[in-house]
Structure formats: structure tokens, C-alpha cells
Design a binder for this molecule. Structure first.
Ligand SMILES: C[S@@+](CC[C@H](N)C(=O)[O-])C[C@H]1O[C@@H](n2cnc3c(N)ncnc32)[C@H](O)[C@@H]1O
Length: 494
């Protein structure tokens, strides 16, 4: 339907904010839906203006409620409330709280699982074309783990409302939707009674279902309170219970950590993860990403490898097996608890060194401070930054170390595309890309990108020093690099 054919339906009696001449937020409009866009929505146009529409699919004609429609806004947002001409990929959402105005956790419950993967492939392709300026863009196939896309989330953080009820947030809102069960989560949250219980004084409660051993529940008090003041409900026998506040993770019952297992070089290996520390969320994710990274890295015996944003050591363990006892792996992790879990978990691997600190601060120090990098840079760099990506400064630092290969694990294709553009300008081009559907029903997609020097391997250069704020515990990515100043030069490779 052309723009001009789009029409207003009747305005609901309780019309809200004025959104422009003759149009109010909450008004229903009919829209013809165009392509998918990054973020779990599709693009439509209304009077020439871009509208990002949720709960719809490309090619549909829908009745949509405007949810953000300020007259001077560059684009508007809307929720499809009725598919007038539905897509053949549309299915009934399995979850009763998925849909307009309800839980904001899932984006694609109304799409067939294979269609979800095609949408994600389209999003990755579009980001690589538009932001990374790749031409041509390599074919993107989103590989998926087995299953129906439900019951996979091994970590669920429930926000607790003022009545002490755990729930999930609405999309782009602080409002909490009380839920008895989250269908994409493993059944633990419901079976342990976490969602039925009351958590007075808590800000959030997280349920962690590890691959081995019993589940861990971590309650977080409202700001300014300490965990020991929380009134906690009784949970079934065998459930580990802890609190987490500004001073750390505190034991209430059982362990404050969980054990996760991944097959590394043919043998199962345990990884220790304290409290709500980072671990891949889908039960298949850690193994899938570990294997994809090892296949891409192909580190050789004796090489120097870096595992940046290394968490508790998922990739460092495999890299250590590849480089062997004559090689070196340096894991850099900004969260001190995760770094100490990595030290404990990898203590049997003498070739691994764990550096706690922000990547952009640690790299210049490693490059000047003697072994292993000062003797000629790094051979293999694996990085797995948070959603915002590595950023220009860290890309410049990595390129200065002149690795023969960079393996970039990315949970946000836009941030990946920005970093690829920076790396490309510095001589490192994309040579391989895999994408994985490790967050079914949501818009999230995980990529593993391989970068190699375009014109042969360069010599290592001085690693630029950047000034940034110290990383915050568990949320170190708040740090924002700023000014650069020169560092002492790294010694050159012979
Ligand atoms: C996406 S997780 C990846 C962890 C690990 N590679 C894994 O797969 O289990 C990102 C990690 O980077 C850490 N991090 C975030 N910003 C950082 C920074 N500026 N410097 C170092 N580590 C950082 C986080 O604490 C987190 O452990």
C-alpha cells in the first residue's frame, strides 16, 4: 500500500500526548511493513516518516498503535496490534505475555523459528553493508542449536516490583510485568518457586541454572541497602542462595558460585562462575562459540595468544591447548571476580596468565613490560567485548600488536560492523564470518568474525595508551576511552 493510502483508524477515547496535527500517541494507523531492522522491529513509512514497528514481519499490512510519535522526532515507534495481511512466517506466540504492551523480553515469538534466523541473517547483512561498508557482503547463514526455541535461558534476571513480586520489564519501560513462568527460560525459575515467591526489599532476583550441579538464586537489594537486610523466601532443598550488593556476593545457603562444563580438546573442563558473573546464556552457546573460535584461531604450538574480555576463561582454555606449553595465553578481564574465577579455573595451565583490568589499559602495559608481547606483538587475538564493541582505541591497540589473525566474538552486529570498519581502515579485513542463533525468540544474534591482515602480516608497532575511567564491577563497559598519549615503543619482532 503506498504511503498516501495509509489512514488513521478511530482514535481511542483516552487519547494521549499530542503527536502532531491530527495525530496522537496511541492512535491506530494502518501500515505496510518493509524490511526488518536491527533491534527486533521492522521498518514502515507513515507520511514519509520512518516508523519502527514491533510485533510484525516484513511484507505484512498491520494495524499499529503509535507508541512514540513526537512531532519533531526523526522516527516514530509503533506496536502492531492486528495483522490485516499476515506473513506466511507468522505463528501464534507460545508465550501469553509476549505481545504489544506486555513483556519486552522477546521480539520474535510471533515468527516461525526458521524465519527468525532469516531475519537475523538479513540484519547482520544490512549492518555489514551499511556500517562496515562491505561490498560485497559475504553470505550470512544463521546457524541454530536444536530445539523449538523455548526453555533455553539458563540465566534469568527478574526485576522485583514494589510489592516484592518478580517480573520482566516491558519494552523501553521501567514497568514490570509480573510473570509466573518465562517460556524461554529453563524450568528452574518456576520449579524453584522463585516467580511465585515474594522478595520484599529486593531490586532483582536472578536464577542461574548451570550445566552441572544445583541452581543458584542471587537476590539483589534495592540501591543503598545491604544484602543481609533482605527477607528471603524459603526455596526447595538443594537450591544455592546468595545475595549480591556493592560489597560483593554473599552466601546465604550453599554455594555462591556455579560450575559450567565445556569439552576442551576432547575432555570435559569445569569453569567456575561466581554469583551473577558472565557466562553464555544458552546451554549450547559456550560449546558452540568455543568450538567456532578454536576452529578460526588455529593457534600453533609456541604462539602468543590473547583472550580479551576473557570472562572466566572459556576461550583461554582452548587457546592454551592449541599453543601448548611452549606458548602463552594472556586473558584480560575487567571484572575482578571473573578474573579470580579464571585464575582458579585455569590454574593447571601454566601457559595462561590472567590480567585483571580494562583491556585498553592492560594492552599497552603488556606490550612494554617484557614477556610475552614485548618480544614482537601477539600472534592470535580473540576478543569478546560487551554489546558496545571494542571501540576505535582497542582496535588500534590490537592492530599495533600485528597479530596474524583476530577472532572477534560479537553479540551486537552493529558494534561489530563499526569495529570491522575501523579494523579494515587499519589493514585488517574480514576473512570469515559465522552467525549463531543463541538467543531464539529475541532479536539477538551472535557472530564470530575472522580478520586477517590484507597485505601480509605487518611489524608490531607502539601500542597507543588511552585514558579511561576504571571499569565498574560487573559493568566495566561503562568506561569510555578518551584522549590518547604515546607509550614507550614495543620492541620489534626480529
Ligand atoms: C561478552 S562477555 C565475554 C566473556 C567470555 N569471553 C565468555 O565467553 O565467557 C564480556 C566480558 O568482558 C568484560 N569486560 C567488559 N568491559 C571490559 C573492559 N573494558 N576490559 C576488560 N574486560 C571487560 C566483562 O566483565 C565480561 O566478562
Amino acid at each position: 500500500m503506498p504511503d498516501g493510502d495509509q489512514h488513521h483508524s478511530h482514535t481511542p477515547a483516552a487519547a494521549r500526548d499530542e503527536a502532531g496535527p491530527g495525530l496522537v500517541t496511541d492512535e491506530l494507523v494502518q501500515l505496510e511493513i518493509g524490511p526488518v531492522a536491527h533491534g527486533g522491529h521492522c521498518v514502515a513509512r507513515y507520511d514519509g516518516r520512518v516508523v519502527f514497528v514491533r510485533h510484525t514481519l516484513p511484507g505484512e499490512v498491520v494495524l499499529a498503535r503509535l507508541t512514540e510519535s513526537a512531532p519533531d522526532a526523526k522516527f516514530w515507534r509503533a506496536d502492531a496490534v492486528e495483522a490485516i495481511e499476515p506473513s506466511p512466517d507468522r505463528v501464534p506466540a507460545p508465550c501469553p505475555v509476549a505481545g504489544p504492551g506486555l513483556c519486552g523480553g522477546c521480539d520474535w515469538q510471533h515468527a516461525d523459528l526458521s524465519a527468525q534466523r532469516r531475519l537475523k541473517a538479513d540484519v547482520v547483512t544490512e549492518q555489514l553493508r551499511r556500517i562496515a561498508k562491505l561490498d560485497p557482503v559475504p553470505e550470512v547463514v544463521v546457524e541454530g542449536p536444536d530445539g523449538d526455541g523455548l526453555g533455553w535461558r539458563t540465566r534469568v534476571r527478574f526485576t522485583v516490583d514494589t510489592e516484592g513480586r518478580p517480573g520482566l520489564r516491558k519494552h523501553r519501560s521501567h514497568d514490570v510485568v509480573a510473570v509466573k513462568e518465562c517460556l524461554i527460560a529453563t524450568p528452574d525459575a518456576a520449579e524453584l518457586g522463585v516467580t511465585q515467591a515474594r522478595w520484599p526489599g529486593a531490586l532483582a532476583v536472578e536464577v542461574i541454572s548451570p550445566s552441572t550441579g544445583g541452581p543458584l538464586v542471587v537476590a539483589e537489594p534495592v540501591a543503598g541497602r545491604t544484602g543481609d537486610k533482605l527477607r528471603l523466601p524459603k526455596l526447595p532443598q538443594g537450591t544455592n542462595l546468595a545475595t549480591r550488593d556493592e560489597s560483593g556476593v554473599h552466601q546465604v545457603k550453599g554455594r555462591t558460585w556455579v560450575s559450567e562444563e565445556v569439552v576442551v580438546a576432547g575432555s570435559p573442563r569445569p569453569f567456575r562462575v561466581t554469583g551473577t558473573g558472565f557466562w553464555q546464556v544458552h546451554p549450547a552457546a559456550a560449546q558452540t562459540l568455543h568450538d567456532a573460535v578454536m576452529e578460526a584461531a588455529q593457534a600453533r604450538p609456541g604462539e602468543r595468544a590473547l583472550d580479551l574480555y576473557g570472562g572466566v576463561g572459556l576461550f583461554a582454555a582452548g587457546l592454551a591447548e592449541q599453543v601448548g606449553v611452549t606458548g602463552t595465553v594472556v586473558l584480560v578481564e575487567g571484572d575482578s571476580r571473573a578474573a579470580s574465577d579464571a585464575r582458579r579455573g585455569l590454574h593447571d595451565l601454566d601457559q595462561v596468565r590472567v590480567e585483571a583490568g580494562s583491556v585498553s589499559r592492560v594492552l599497552p602495559r603488556l606490550a612494554t613490560e617484557g614477556q610475552p608481547l614485548a618480544e614482537g606483538g601477539a600472534d592470535v587475538i580473540v576478543l569478546d567485548p560487551p554489546r558496545s564493541g571494542a571501540g576505535k582505541d582497542v582496535i588500534a591497540q590490537m592492530v599495533a600488536l600485528a597479530p596474524r589473525v583476530i577472532v572477534y566474538v560479537a553479540c551486537d552486529p552493529a558494534a561489530l560492523a563499526r569495529d570491522l570498519a575501523t579494523a579494515d581502515a587499519a589493514g585488517y579485513a574480514l576473512s570469515g564470518l559465522r552467525a549463531f542463533d543463541l538467543f531464539p525468540m529475541t532479536h539477538h544474534v551472535e557472530c564470530v568474525a575472522v580478520l586477517e591482515p590484507r597485505d601480509g602480516r605487518p611489524e608490531p608497532r607502539e601500542v597507543p595508551v588511552v585514558t579511561e575511567r576504571a571499569p565498574r564491577q560487573n559493568r566495566p563497559n561503562q568506561a569510555r576511552p578518551s584522549q590518547s598519549r604515546p607509550a614507550r615503543p614495543a620492541r620489534r619482532r626480529n
